[in-house]
Each structure stands twice: as structure tokens, then as C-alpha cells.
Write a protein that binds this ligand. Structure first.
Ligand SMILES: *[C@@H]1O[C@H](CO)[C@@H](O)[C@H](O)[C@H]1NC(C)=O
Ligand SMILES: *[C@@H]1O[C@H](CO)[C@@H](O)[C@H](O)[C@H]1NC(C)=O
Ligand SMILES: *[C@@H]1O[C@H](CO)[C@@H](O)[C@H](O)[C@H]1NC(C)=O
Ligand SMILES: [Ca+2]
Length: 267
């Protein structure tokens, strides 16, 4: 059928041509050369067809360039996404580390400021230096006098030194002072307590009421209108600091103990 079509086609085509000789020639050559041409054409067509099929088949079965390329691309894509994943992971780790760094920096600054304040506060707190002959205890300086005065003049003297007759609130303070006093026959020292206003209502020189106290047994006794307190330290070793207070007439002249608060306020 194919050859027939070609035959007719070629015949018609040649027929239309104005060259009569050629038509005649074609007719004269007869079926022999026609047949040969037809066969040739058919063969060529077949070859072409086979070639097309082969090429198509070749491209279909062998996916080399395109398929290989896509495989590689897939690999690369996998690598890229793997890289992206590791980048994301690293970014997260970086964020976490940044956070920790900030926290540590905050901690460090707080430590540094704490140290700085410690450093700046210590020198203002530490150097509590008492005047000559005054003794330091618990941020107060104490003077054990060498001279003798009445209780009121003693208090006036202490005030002129920027203090007052000693106010003794704890056993530690009492013991500290006791240890500074020399032993003697009846060594006596005024301190800052009196019941001059109201009998038997003992008050400190800062007008606070006495709580407890370190009185000797059966003291205070107001024996001869005794309204001022003093400490006695004798040669008798059995006598103790916490039982050493007596009352005496305020006009007596005795050594005395001044106290001056030094630290009190921080900074
Ligand atoms: C993909 O990653 C692998 C290892 O993870 C590596 O050996 C390879 O070279 C990478 N390929 C490309 C194209 O980057
Ligand atoms: C910072 O200090 C706080 C408390 O002082 C502590 O709980 C926290 O763990 C510290 N942070 C770091 C990162 O050390
Ligand atoms: C030290 O002084 C403070 C303030 O005056 C006082 O509260 C505290 O009891 C005193 N400590 C001693 C051991 O005397
Ligand atoms: Ca009295």
C-alpha cells in the first residue's frame, strides 16, 4: 500500500509537469526501474523507521544522561537538605550557647559587683580605730578612767568625749569590760545606770529601762540612798563578771567607764 501510494504520487507529480519527454521516459522505463525506486524508498523508509524506533527505544530503555543527572541531583539535594539540617542544628546550638553566655555574663557581673561592694565597703567598715587608751568591742570604744569623779561629772566627762557612761547589755560586753579592770581591794567603776528618778526603777543613761543586769547577790539594796550603779572587782577570784554590780551614793568619787559607739551605720 505504501509503495502504491508513492507510485501514484510520483506518477501524478510527473504527469503535471510540462516536460512531456520525461513522462514518456518514465513510461518507457516500465515497471523495472519503478520497482527498484520503490524498493529503495521503502527500504530507506524502513531504515528510517527502525532508526527512529531504535533511537526512541534507546532513549527509553537507557536513561543515562537524564536519569543519571536526576539521580545526582537527588543526591545533591539530599546533601543540601542534610547541610541545611546541620545548619539549623548548629544555629539552635548557637542560640543555646548565646543564652548560656548571657546567663553567665549576668552571673559574672553580679559576682563582680558583689566583690566590688565588698571591696569598697570593707575599708569603710574595718578601720574602727579607738582613741589612745580606749578599747574596742562590738563597734564601741571603752575608756577605763584613771581619775575619780562623781557619777554625774563622770557622765559629763564621757559626753564631752563623744560618748556616755557605759551601757552594758550583754554578758559578753560585761565580761569584756571586767577583763580590762585590774583587781584591787575594792576596785570600783561607775557605769551608766541610775534609779535617781524613781527609786528601784533602774534606767540607762540613754533613758532605756534596765532588763536583767549583772547585780551581785542582794544588790541593789539602796542601803544609804544609793542611786548609781558601779562595778566592783576585788582580789577574790570567786567573784565573777556577771555578778559584780552594786549601788552607791551618786556623789561618791570613783573611777568610771565611758563608752563611745563607733560603727553603727554601715558606709
Ligand atoms: C554528599 O555527602 C557525602 C557525605 O555525606 C559526600 O561524600 C559527598 O561528596 C557529597 N556530595 C556532594 C555532591 O556534595
Ligand atoms: C547563674 O546563677 C544562678 C543563681 O545564682 C544559678 O541558678 C544559675 O545556674 C547560674 N547560671 C549559670 C549559667 O551558671
Ligand atoms: C553588739 O552591738 C549590737 C548593737 O548595739 C547589740 O545588739 C549586740 O547585742 C552587741 N553584741 C554583743 C555581743 O554585745
Ligand atoms: Ca537606789
Amino acid at each position: 500500500m505504501y509503495s502504491q501510494l508513492i507510485d501514484e504520487g510520483s506518477y501524478e507529480e510527473s504527469g503535471r509537469r510540462p516536460d512531456v519527454h520525461q513522462v514518456k521516459d518514465l513510461r518507457r522505463s516500465g515497471p523495472g526501474p519503478y520497482r527498484f525506486a520503490t524498493i529503495c524508498l521503502a527500504t530507506l523508509c524502513a531504515i528510517l523507521l527502525i532508526s527512529i524506533i531504535a533511537v526512541t527505544a534507546h532513549y527509553k530503555s537507557k536513561p543515562p544522561p537524564a536519569a543519571e543527572a536526576t539521580a545526582e541531583m537527588q543526591k545533591e539535594n539530599a546533601n543540601v537538605s542534610a547541610l541545611m539540617a546541620s545548619i539549623t542544628k548548629l544555629q539552635q546550638e548557637n542560640k543555646q550557647l548565646q543564652k548560656e553566655k548571657e546567663e553567665l555574663q549576668v552571673n559574672l557581673t553580679s559576682i563582680m559587683t558583689a566583690k566590688a561592694t565588698e571591696a569598697t565597703c570593707k575599708p569603710t567598715r574595718a578601720p574602727i580605730v579607738c582613741p589612745t587608751n580606749w578599747h574596742l568591742f562590738n563597734d564601741s570604744c571603752y575608756l577605763i578612767s584613771k581619775d575619780r569623779k562623781s557619777w554625774s561629772v563622770s557622765q559629763l566627762y564621757c559626753q564631752r568625749q563623744g560618748g556616755h557612761l557605759a551601757i552594758i547589755l550583754t554578758a559578753e560586753e560585761q565580761t569584756f569590760l571586767w577583763d580590762l579592770l585590774p583587781r584591787g581591794h575594792w576596785n570600783s567603776y561607775w557605769f551608766g545606770i541610775t534609779d535617781g528618778e524613781t527609786e528601784d526603777e533602774w534606767k540607762w543613761v540613754d533613758d532605756t529601762l534596765l532588763v536583767g543586769g549583772f547585780w551581785e547577790e542582794n544588790e541593789p539594796n539602796n542601803h544609804i540612798n544609793e542611786d548609781c550603779g558601779y562595778i566592783v572587782k576585788t582580789q577574790v577570784m570567786e567573784r565573777v563578771a556577771t555578778k559584780s554590780w552594786y549601788d552607791a551614793p551618786c556623789s561618791m568619787v570613783l573611777p568610771y567607764i565611758c563608752e563611745k559607739e563607733m560603727g553603727g551605720t554601715t558606709q
